[in-house]
Design a protein around this ligand. Structure first.
Ligand code: 5GP
Ligand code: ZN
Length: 108
């Protein structure tokens, strides 16, 4: 998606505080953190939201969940614990229409 903000971050066209990355996912610091540690984990492939995922995205969704531990480890939250949040659609508070998982921790 040419004009999607998170696609642009994934393509490194917009700078972000990247904390973890592999070939298919990237995790970066939220620009307006709502916790001491607040990072967003996204697939590099554009999927608008969790309800736009299809059975073709099954492997990607599984990897997304598994990579939560990698990101938590990278930011020092794995032992301490954290919250994971996925906002969906207008009334779910989703501002950016590219699937992302919030990881929030560090003591609130
Ligand atoms: P949502 O409300 O869609 O679940 O979450 C979107 C998140 O993206 C918000 O917490 C917001 O602060 C963050 N965000 C919006 N624009 C940018 C940006 O340009 N860079 C970064 N790093 N985070 C952003
Ligand atoms: Zn996108």
């Amino acid at each position: 998606m040419d004009d999607c903000l998170f696609c642009k971050i994934a393509r490194k066209e917009i700078p972000a505080g990247i904390v973890w990355e592999d070939d298919a996912f990237v995790a970066f610091k939220d620009i307006h953190p709502k916790a001491r540690v607040h990072v967003l984990l996204i697939p590099k492939e554009h999927v608008e939201s969790i309800v736009h995922a299809t059975s073709a995205d099954s492997a990607m969704l599984g990897q997304l969940m598994l990579h939560v531990a990698d990101v938590a480890h990278a930011v020092g939250l794995q032992e301490r614990g954290f919250k994971t949040v996925i906002n969906t659609g207008k009334e779910g508070g989703q501002e950016v229409p590219h699937l992302h998982l919030h990881i929030l921790g560090g003591g609130q």
